[in-house]
Design a protein around this ligand. Structure first.
Ligand SMILES: *[C@@H]1O[C@H](CO)[C@@H](O)[C@H](O)[C@H]1NC(C)=O
Ligand SMILES: *[C@@H]1O[C@H](CO)[C@@H](O)[C@H](O)[C@H]1NC(C)=O
Ligand SMILES: *[C@@H]1O[C@H](CO)[C@@H](O)[C@H](O)[C@H]1NC(C)=O
Length: 337
């Protein structure tokens, strides 16, 4: 009870933008925000644990033993991948843009917000698909079995299709609404899911005399989640700003707007320009001098030194043990003024 009160408060202070006319926020928004806002490993009451679930989400988690662990993994993997990928960017996956005005990425739908929707959806899809192939999620293991006449094709794949279905179901696409905000958020989520689909590779193994391939086992395999981040980040940079009609009054979507949205289906969409991030990059560490030019917003940078411990002078000892010394080196690093 206590936890739920706190969460409700967070939702109201951090993100009051996109409640619809009735003041009700769809599950898709609550879920993505819950995944991104709480960076701790808090276990919430109910069967989903990673958040306070809706009634439908509760049922989904009950129906899939092990899903709560997968969701927790998806959440951590999304945050970690985001912070790694954006470590040297002006926006570094922080929840708040601007300390003074405490503007959150969820106050409006910014480029970053659109990215977060794609990121969270991609991460859930990936985690579920992986769990299918590892057998951690009973209802879907080995659904990807294929057969054709010339080869016997067997094998468990990372079940992307199931991941996609479960992700949309968990984010409650059906009840997300059909207004402009809903359409936009659904598109952003779909793009995240599709990024995972694009990572699927068919892997085959031949069996038979000296590789004659009389039997072949094939399966679809996903790479690590981090390998999807490059594509997701590309989508972040190519996101398209669209106009929000009747933002304060109605969320109804005009046919003209819908047609325009159809034509940009392949891009992330957002409504509001990102607030100035330059006021927050003081003290940030750049990757290199070149990166400082953008990260420090033209204010320049200081060169500082730190000692870095490294393994060095490694030698093989007694056949199989590698022994190394520890060397301390001074390296430069660059800090925004
Ligand atoms: C059977 O599957 C393999 C691998 O996917 C493919 O290369 C081959 O063309 C398929 N054969 C038929 C008859 O569909
Ligand atoms: C905005 O809302 C008003 C009243 O609800 C409506 O008359 C008008 O057509 C809407 N405008 C757009 C661009 O959808
Ligand atoms: C992101 O940047 C902010 C503002 O400069 C800083 O306070 C925060 O620690 C950074 N977060 C990460 C994960 O680096």
């Amino acid at each position: 009870m206590f936890a739920s009160v706190i969460t409700v408060l967070v939702y109201f202070t951090v993100s009051s933008f996109a409640t619809n006319v009735e003041g009700y926020k769809p599950v898709i928004q609550k879920t993505v925000e819950a995944f991104f806002i709480d960076r701790s490993d808090t276990i919430y009451p109910g069967p989903c644990e990673v958040l306070i679930p809706s009634i439908r989400q509760s049922k989904i988690c009950k129906r899939h033993p092990g899903l709560s662990n997968i969701l927790q993994l998806a959440k951590n993997q999304a945050i970690t991948a985001c912070e790694d990928t954006f470590q040297y960017d002006r926006w570094n996956c922080s929840l708040v843009y601007n300390q003074k005005r405490r503007r959150s990425v969820f106050n409006k739908i910014y480029r970053e917000t659109a990215f977060i929707y794609a990121l969270v959806a991609a991460s859930i899809t990936h985690a579920v698909a992986k769990a299918c192939s590892s057998g951690d999620l009973e209802r879907c293991s080995c659904m990807g079995t294929l057969r054709n006449s010339s080869w016997q094709i067997r094998g468990c794949g990372d079940d992307f299709k199931y991941g996609k279905k479960l992700t949309k179901n968990f984010l409650d696409f059906k009840h997300a609404g059909t207004d402009q905000i809903a359409e936009m958020l659904k598109q952003d989520v779909n793009i995240g899911i599709d990024v995972i689909g694009e990572q699927l590779k068919e892997v085959c193994k031949c069996h038979g005399f000296s590789g004659s391939c009389t039997t072949k086992t094939c399966w679809k395999k996903l790479g690590p989640f981090s390998s999807a981040m490059g594509l997701l980040k590309k989508h972040y940079h190519h996101a398209i700003k669209t106009k929000l009609m009747n933002y304060t009054t109605k969320r109804a979507i005009a046919p003209k707007v819908r047609r325009k949205m159809e034509s940009v289906k392949k891009n992330l969409l957002y409504f509001q320009k990102t607030p100035n991030l330059c006021v927050r990059t003081k003290g940030r560490v750049c990757k290199d001098r070149h990166n400082c030019v953008t990260l420090c917003c033209g204010r320049g940078y200081e060169v500082q030194q730190r000692s870095v411990k490294r393994r060095c002078r490694c030698k093989m000892v007694d056949c199989c043990v590698v022994k190394c010394d520890t060397c301390v080196e001074e390296t430069d690093y660059f800090v925004c003024k």
